[in-house]
Design a protein around this ligand. Structure first.
Ligand SMILES: Cc1ncc(COP(=O)(O)O)c(C=O)c1O
Length: 299
C-alpha cells in the first residue's frame, strides 16, 4: 500500500458494530446490528473509502497525477474522490450528469472548492461514458490520468470492500447493503462466510439488471445472495413522506443518522421485512451503514 494511503487511513475512526435496541426487534426475536462505516471519516465515509482504497493505490503505483470520474450533482463518490484527491495532492476531474445548474448543489460547491474540475455533459453523453470501466478505457485519456467508472465500480474496489466484511468479529446469518452499481454487494459476496445470506437493496427503480452486473464482478458466485428491488420509493433519490418519517423515527430512537437515497431505504425495507416475518426468529442480521450523509443536504 502506498505510504500516503496508509497515513490517510491512520487518521480514520473505527467502524464499530452497533446493536439496534428496539422492542419491535425483540418482538420478532430478530437481532439487528449496523456496521458503522459512516463513522470512518466525515467525508470519505462508508463504502467510499472501501471502494476507492485499492483503486487509488493502483493509480499511485502508475504515477498518475489526475483522477477522473463521473457522477450526479449529489454524488457521494465524486465528493469523496474530490476530497481524497485534495488530501493526496492529486488533480481531480468530475464529469457531471446533466446541464450545469444555475446554482451549484452544495456537493458540487465542495468538490470545486477541493480543486475538482467539473465538466457537465448531457444525459445521453453521460450514458455513453458508462461503458468505460478500466483505468485507461476513457477515450483520449493521457498516461498520467486514471479513470474510475461511475460509483467507483471497478474490480479493484472489491478488495477494499472485503476488508469491511473481514472486520466483522461476531457470527451472523444475514448481511445487508444498499445497492447503486452493486459493486459493494459484489465485494461482500466474495468475502462473506459460506453459510451467510447476502441481501442487497436496490436504490433505483427497474434494477433487474443489477443481478447480472453483480454476477459479472464475482469471483465466488456460489453463496446465497439476492437483490431486493421493491423498496426504491419511486426511483433513485426519490423519497416519500413515509420514508422520511421512518428515518426520523429511527434516528430519534437510535441516534444513528440515515440518508434517504441508500441507507434510509435499506433500513425501511429491513423493518418492513421483519414485520412481515421474512426472517426466522433468532436470526442475526448485520446491515452496513454505507455513509453518504452529505447527501442529506438535498432534503
Ligand atoms: C452511501 C452509499 N451507499 C451505497 C452505495 C451503493 O454502492 P454500490 O454502487 O457499490 O452498489 C453508494 C454508491 O456508491 C453510496 O453512495
Amino acid at each position: 500500500m502506498h505510504p500516503d494511503l496508509i497515513n490517510l487511513e491512520n487518521t480514520f475512526q473505527a467502524s464499530v458494530l452497533t446493536k439496534i435496541d428496539d422492542p419491535l426487534l425483540s418482538e420478532f426475536s430478530i437481532e439487528l446490528w449496523m456496521k458503522r462505516d459512516d463513522l470512518l471519516h466525515p467525508i470519505i465515509s462508508g463504502n467510499k473509502w472501501r471502494k476507492l482504497k485499492y483503486c487509488l493505490n493502483h493509480a499511485l503505483s502508475l504515477n498518475a497525477d489526475t483522477l477522473i470520474s463521473m457522477g450526479g450533482a449529489y454524488s457521494n463518490h465524486l465528493h469523496a474522490l474530490a476530497y481524497t484527491g485534495h488530501l493526496l495532492g492529486l488533480k481531480t476531474q468530475g464529469i457531471i450528469r446533466g446541464e450545469q445548474p444555475t446554482v451549484l448543489t452544495p456537493t458540487l460547491v465542495d468538490m470545486q472548492n477541493w480543486g475538482m474540475k467539473l465538466t457537465f455533459v448531457s444525459r445521453s453523453e453521460y450514458s455513453v461514458l458508462r461503458q468505460y470501466k478500466a483505468p485507461q478505457a476513457l477515450p483520449d485519456i493521457k498516461p498520467s490520468e486514471y479513470w474510475l467508472p461511475e460509483g467507483g465500480a471497478q474490480l479493484l474496489a472489491l478488495k477494499g470492500v472485503a476488508e469491511l466484511v473481514n472486520e466483522i468479529d461476531v457470527s451472523y446469518d444475514i448481511l445487508c447493503v444498499p445497492c447503486g452499481t452493486g459493486t459493494t454487494l459484489a465485494g461482500m459476496i466474495d468475502a462473506a462466510p459460506r453459510q451467510t445470506k447476502l441481501l442487497g437493496f436496490a436504490a433505483l427503480k427497474n434494477a433487474g439488471f443489477l443481478t447480472t452486473d453483480v454476477n459479472t464482478l464475482l469471483a465466488k458466485p456460489n453463496i446465497h445472495w439476492e437483490i431486493n428491488v421493491h423498496y426504491h420509493f419511486g426511483g433513485f433519490a426519490k423519497t416519500t413522506e413515509e420514508l422520511i418519517r421512518f428515518m426520523y423515527h429511527f434516528e430519534n430512537k437510535t441516534g444513528i443518522l440515515l440518508e434517504p437515497v441508500y441507507t434510509g431505504k435499506m433500513m425501511f425495507a429491513l423493518y418492513d421485512l421483519i414485520k412481515n416475518n421474512t426472517f426466522k426468529p433468532g436470526q442475526r442480521i448485520i446491515a452496513i451503514h454505507t455513509g453518504g450523509l452529505q447527501g442529506n443536504r438535498r432534503l
